[in-house]
Design a binder for this molecule. Structure first.
Ligand SMILES: CC(C)(COP(=O)(O)OP(=O)(O)OC[C@H]1O[C@@H](n2cnc3c(N)ncnc32)[C@H](O)[C@@H]1OP(=O)(O)O)[C@@H](O)C(=O)NCCC(=O)NCCS
Length: 153
């Protein structure tokens, strides 16, 4: 049974463990602490029997919700956890008709790109050499404001 709720500073150690297993250039603890401390950010955790198994960090910018980080522990992937985290973000921000959603993803990260496309994100551009470890390009993805879904649908 997966429960999604807002992350708290006490989750930082569990976040760090997952982050290190998920990325070649992991965020530092202080980067997470900074996001968790901002009232405007939406930072969600997925908990299975009270154990953190995934998280989503989203910053509110002037024109968009910027999805900064999504990760799920390797042995819990492909069970809909990242989809559930993003779905909760869309629910929590559904009344915001001014901001869409944007993110960058490595062009080689086919699994994540498939996840985002399945949730309505579209490819909108490339940032050349965005990732400092291997100078890989970033794909810029964008999803329209949640409120327009119901208008369109
Ligand atoms: C990307 C990531 C967050 C996906 O989390 P997840 O909980 O496994 O994703 P979901 O189970 O919600 O996947 C939903 C759909 O996305 C697509 N998808 C997700 N991971 C995929 C993969 N590795 N390969 C192909 N498709 C994938 C599939 O269509 C999947 O549906 P399906 O399982 O019914 O086929 C996870 O693989 C991860 O933590 N990766 C390492 C960190 C990372 O790359 N984060 C994204 C950086 S931008």
């Amino acid at each position: 049974m997966i429960e999604i709720r807002r992350l708290q500073l006490r989750d930082l150690t569990a976040i760090e463990t997952i982050e290190r297993s998920a990325y070649p250039t992991p965020w530092s603890r202080s980067m997470f602490a900074g996001e968790l401390s901002k009232p405007s950010s939406v930072c969600l955790g997925a908990f299975e029997d009270e154990v953190l198994v995934g998280y989503l960090i989203t910053s509110r910018y002037v024109d968009a919700w910027h999805v900064m980080n999504v990760a799920v522990v390797p042995d819990r992937q492909r069970r809909g956890i990242a989809s559930a985290l993003l779905g909760r973000l869309f629910e929590l921000t559904a009344s915001d008709d001014r901001r869409g959603y944007t993110l960058e993803v490595r062009v080689s990260n086919a699994g994540a790109i498939a996840l985002y496309e399945g949730l309505g994100f579209e490819q909108r551009g490339i940032r050349r050499g965005y990732y400092t470890d291997n100078r890989e390009d970033a794909l810029i993805m964008w999803r329209d404001p949640a409120v327009r879904d119901s208008v369109a649908g």
